[in-house]
Design a protein around this ligand. Structure first.
Ligand code: HEM
Length: 519
């Protein structure tokens, strides 16, 4: 290209850039609730159930809503279309993560994938996760998922009153088995308890949505000595950091020790360590690969626990509230699977109503309702609204799941909406909650295929085997479940009572004869 053409190109780009700067000055921020001087919307943020507030703001202000806390902008992206426009199409500037001084630097979580900045390291690590859990690999885990589900059923059969604990053990056990090849065989398993405690700390204290640490707003506060009055956050951070380090290292070191002994169960970690050693002629794993496997493994475990618990507890809630849905699903399973065996993955295409229940569970639960926060790396203009660089961005999938234009009567649990006849193909496609509950673009959930399978087999098997009803009190009155969220990032529910019992003597026989995991 000649020098003149170059010069014209530079002038044109400069003009466009200057025009944009000029335009931005005249544009307003997206609408949102009015804040107070200095603290902004601090008082509008709630520690649990922020998504309920965010839905109200979406109804009042529209598809993008802007708030600020001490000048830190927060953008809620409320419609699917806006999320695709911003989080997917403009992924180059909407995929970064906030630098969280408290969670990252002080509590040692900076290498968790959900907090990893957008760049080469993230791309490398996401590639590893998708290599092991992507759409074309997930069927390899099906036998493991079936066995773990049989275990779940056996636990529920033996101790129906402890089913909530059994579900926690199933969920934690499933992830520990798939990620680390670690078998959980008792409710008070050491690693399971440690992971449980770390996750509670992480999502309700360290990185709670709706909680703003002053040190994140004023990073120099991190230099305040721990003994200084008001520096309790530093004392807590020191204790939490040790717990987080154990959470990352203990299960990983377990798998490596098992591999050295030659007794490791094939799993995410062993598979990737084996691949890495094979690639390297000296049969060792370099530090970078070791680091990547260690941290992706921890992130997979951390991200799968509360999300799965949320989905399963919403399934129970829906079944006790809608016995007619439970019975219709059981009828479908009886007709396709019969009552001499449990459902397996080969039955899935023939169980449309069960599939519709799984869709509706994902939609109603919206397990990560506001996504995980992103950070925009450049000033941006969207539909004539100015979004400043550094704004934290939340994909409000809870609101997308309740869009009345896509889901008539959106608060009702209604699997029928996925089976409705006479609805055009585009509308049916738009109703699939997988379009948004797993997030968007370059940070979309890498566990999406895994959970789709594990949730399906668990729900199909529980429907095939148990009746699930409201519990009754001492006077025989049905106890209405109280829906209370107990977490600030995930829609996990405070435990509620229900009555679960095998459907028949034949169901008991089938569960007892299933393989399960040997203790
Ligand atoms: C129903 C269950 C689940 C839901 C609804 C869900 C949803 C999400 C969402 C919304 C995000 C943020 C995506 C974004 O920023 O756009 C995410 C991230 C993530 N999820 Fe899931 N998830 C689920 C289960 C799982 C499971 C089972 C695993 C692991 C096996 C997993 C691993 C991850 C990881 C590692 C990230 C961080 C990705 C990154 O920052 O690049 N998730 N998930």
């Amino acid at each position: 290209m000649s020098a003149i053409v170059w010069a014209w190109a530079v002038v044109a780009v400069t003009f466009v850039w200057l025009g944009l700067q000029q335009k931005k000055k005249h544009l307003s921020l997206p609408p949102g609730p009015k804040g107070l001087p200095v603290i902004g919307n601090l008082r509008d943020l709630t520690l649990t159930g922020l998504w309920l507030e965010a839905r109200k703001w979406a109804q009042q202000y529209g598809e993008v809503v802007y708030l600020h806390v001490f000048g830190q902008g927060l953008l809620f992206v409320n419609s699917y279309e806006a999320a695709v426009d911003l989080l997917e199409k403009r992924g180059a500037i909407y995929s970064d993560k906030p630098k969280m001084v408290m969670a990252g630097e002080l509590c040692g979580c900076e290498n968790m994938i959900g907090l990893t900045p957008y760049g080469d390291r993230l791309r490398r690590q996401r590639k590893l996760m998708l290599q092991a859990l992507g759409q074309n690999r997930v069927h390899e885990y099906h036998p493991l998922l079936e066995i773990q589900t049989q275990n779940l059923l056996q636990g529920m059969l033996n101790s129906p009153d402890e089913s909530q604990g059994i579900i926690r053990r199933y969920t934690g056990g499933l992830s520990l088995l798939i990620v680390y090849g670690y078998r959980v065989v008792s409710n008070n398993d050491r690693i399971l308890e440690m992971a449980d405690e770390s996750l509670e700390l992480l999502s309700n204290h360290i990185a709670a949505a709706g909680k703003v640490w002053l040190v994140d707003l004023f990073p120099p506060l991190k230099y305040v000595p721990s003994w200084f009055p008001g520096a309790g956050f530093k004392r807590n951070a020191a204790i939490w950091k040790q717990k987080m380090e154990d959470f990352v290292n203990v299960p990983y070191d377990y798998t490596k020790a098992e591999m050295r002994k030659g007794t490791a169960v094939p799993c995410y970690v062993s598979m990737l360590l084996d691949d890495a050693a094979l690639e390297n002629k000296e049969q060792t794993v370099d530090n970078q690969r070791d680091f990547d496997i260690r941290w992706t493994a921890n992130s997979l475990y951390a991200a799968s626990f509360d999300t799965t618990i949320s989905a399963i507890s919403h399934f129970f809630l829906a079944m006790i509230q809608h016995p007619e849905i439970l019975h219709r699903a059981q009828k479908e399973i009886d007709a396709v699977v019969g009552n001499n065996r449990l459902p397996d993955f080969s039955d899935r295409p023939n169980l449309p109503y069960v599939n519709a229940i799984v869709n509706e569970v994902l939609r109603i639960a919206s397990p990560v309702p506001l996504g995980l926060p992103r950070r925009i790396t450049e000033d941006n203009v969207y539909k004539n609204m100015y979004i400043p660089k550094g704004t934290l961005v939340f994909g409000n999938n809870y609101n997308m799941a309740r869009n009345p234009a896509v889901y008539p009567n959106p608060d009702a649990f209604d699997p029928e909406r996925y089976l409705e006849e006479g609805v055009d193909e585009a509308t049916m496609k738009a109703r699939d909650p997988r379009n948004y509950v797993f997030g968007f673009g370059r940070r979309r959930c890498p566990g999406a295929w895994m959970i789709d399978s594990s949730l399906w087999i668990a729900i199909a098997s529980m429907l095939a085997s148990f009746d699930i009803r409201k519990a009754v009190d001492d006077f025989g009155n049905a106890i209405e479940p109280e829906v209370v969220y107990d977490n600030s990032v995930f829609t996990t529910l405070k435990p509620f009572k229900y009555d679960i019992r095998p459907r028949s003597a034949q169901a008991v026989k089938v569960i007892r004869e299933a393989k399960g995991l040997s203790d």
